[in-house]
Design a protein around this ligand. Structure first.
Ligand SMILES: N[C@@H](CCC(=O)N[C@@H](CS)C(=O)NCC(=O)O)C(=O)O
Length: 235
């Protein structure tokens, strides 16, 4: 059976898993779930609710790092394998969640914008309902969760920018985070930080240009993450 990757339309962790599968030449199909409406199906499948989840025959692999581990174990990965890169990846994954919080803090002020982002610009009556009913209802709960996780609302953006500076510093010499070749640290950094630059080819490329709330969030990142464009040209 062709492996099936369960994803959200807009998710930096799903982007990471897709990039890893694509650059390793692994054939797979995607099943796209809308956030919030995904939970029952993904819970039944994997015993937890986060995506990405990869179904390989009877095996269920939950989490982007586990999917990259599976590629390294069973396929020829499209990157240089390195323990140091794996350790970087763990730190980057943590900040990937923080960056998402930085973006959501802004977009939750306008639930339909948040919905447009989460659905990567999908249109039609279902998307309209999602934006104007589901997301309007869910937004206060999301805001509360974010406030509990980050009592200082400026922290997610600050932490993410510190990580961007660290990535850039470690890339300065060779153009790669670890050593002088492409590793899962480079892949993880580019996939997790794509919302900052929305390079051509990234999931938010079109949306970022048209959604006013997203465009206004991005203005605070201008001049940062310029390496992302180059990473996406090679994606
Ligand atoms: N550590 C996980 C994080 C995955 C994650 O945070 N997924 C988010 C989407 S970006 C999600 O599924 N959120 C909904 C949920 O957990 O129910 C990974 O690397 O895959």
């Amino acid at each position: 059976m062709t492996p099936v990757l369960h994803v959200f339309p807009f998710s930096n962790f799903c982007e990471k898993a897709q990039w890893a599968l694509d650059c390793s030449g692994v054939e797979y199909e995607t099943r796209v779930h809308w956030p919030g409406l995904h939970a029952k199906k993904i819970m039944t499948l994997s015993g937890q609710t986060s995506v990405p989840v990869l179904e390989v025959d009877s095996r269920i692999i939950a989490g982007s790092a586990a999917i990259l581990d599976w590629i390294e174990a069973d396929h020829a990965p499209g990157w240089t394998v390195s323990d140091e890169a794996r350790a970087w990846e763990d730190r980057l994954d943590e900040v990937g969640g923080v960056l998402r919080a930085a973006l959501f803090t802004d977009l939750l002020r306008d639930p339909p914008s948040m919905a447009r982002l989460l659905l990567a610009g999908a249109r039609g009556p279902k998307a309209w309902l999602y934006a104007n009913a589901v997301m309007r209802m869910a937004a206060p709960k999301f805001r509360k969760m974010l406030a509990a996780a980050y009592p200082d609302p400026s922290a997610p953006e600050r932490i993410s920018k510190e990580m961007l500076a660290e990535i850039e510093a470690s890339m300065a010499e060779t153009g790669h985070i670890v050593g002088d070749s492409f590793t899962r640290a480079d892949l993880t950094a580019a996939a997790l930080f794509f919302p900052v630059v929305f390079p051509d080819g990234s999931p938010a490329a079109a949306l970022g240009r048209f959604d006013p709330a997203y465009a206004s969030w991005r203005k605070r990142w201008v001049g940062l993450g310029n390496w992302l464009g180059e990473a996406y040209r090679r994606r």
